[in-house]
Design a protein around this ligand. Sequence first.
Ligand SMILES: O=C(O)CCC(=O)C(=O)O
Ligand SMILES: [Fe+2]
Length: 236
Amino acid sequence: METTMLASKFERDGYLVIEDFFEPSLMDHLDQVIRDYYGENPDFWHDDEFLEKSQTEVVPWFPQQEGVRDFDPIDNDPRLTELTRAILRDGWASQYCMVMFSKQGTAGQAWHQDCPPDNRDVYNLNRLVYTSGITDEVGGQTVIVPRSHRRGLLPAGDPIGEFEGQVVLRPRKGTLVLLHGHTWHRVLPITGAYRFSTNYRAAPAGTPDDVTDVAIYRNMRYRFSTSSVVEERPTA
Ligand SMILES: O=C(O)CCC(=O)C(=O)O
Ligand SMILES: [Fe+2]
């Protein structure tokens, strides 16, 4: 499909899935680098209150900030930069590359928006790369509500309840998923040994670097930089 058509599909739906976007050999290599980094038993970085309240269990890693260069080819992929520019327009900037790892038996991620949808022009773009397939055996399927990036604030309520019209994504190895930061999304519990995704976050020109500092959950607004709940949201 043509870049401009893909961009308008993204604009309409708030997400885009492109299978077989990346070479299997590059995926296998990055998958190995990530598994080597995490080893058997990664520690959790978030504090207990966040884990308990958010029902979110991920261990982030920012490989490029540690000088690990294996992840650069994706940043520099001309097809990815062309598609990103079509969506975010001129002057867009990449923020960082973040691997998110969850181990067996963990909750995945509750429904959230990566940043507040107060202003529709202020948002992050997740460019998610799956170096191995997210199957029903592994769990950790990504669930999204199509077109919810235009529905405003994620409603208060059950942090992991189902939404009408939700779509379950099971990205295969090499799949690129583009996901608008205002789109309502979550990750299902991990049933296999572990699950991870790699996110090349980007944003339109002029977006503050800390645009994702405050995330919206169905039971709270949470600020990562201070590890604090900035607003409780009534769930009953
Ligand atoms: O790992 C995924 O599939 C989605 C992660 C997520 O919530 C995000 O990238 O903001
Ligand atoms: Fe997210």
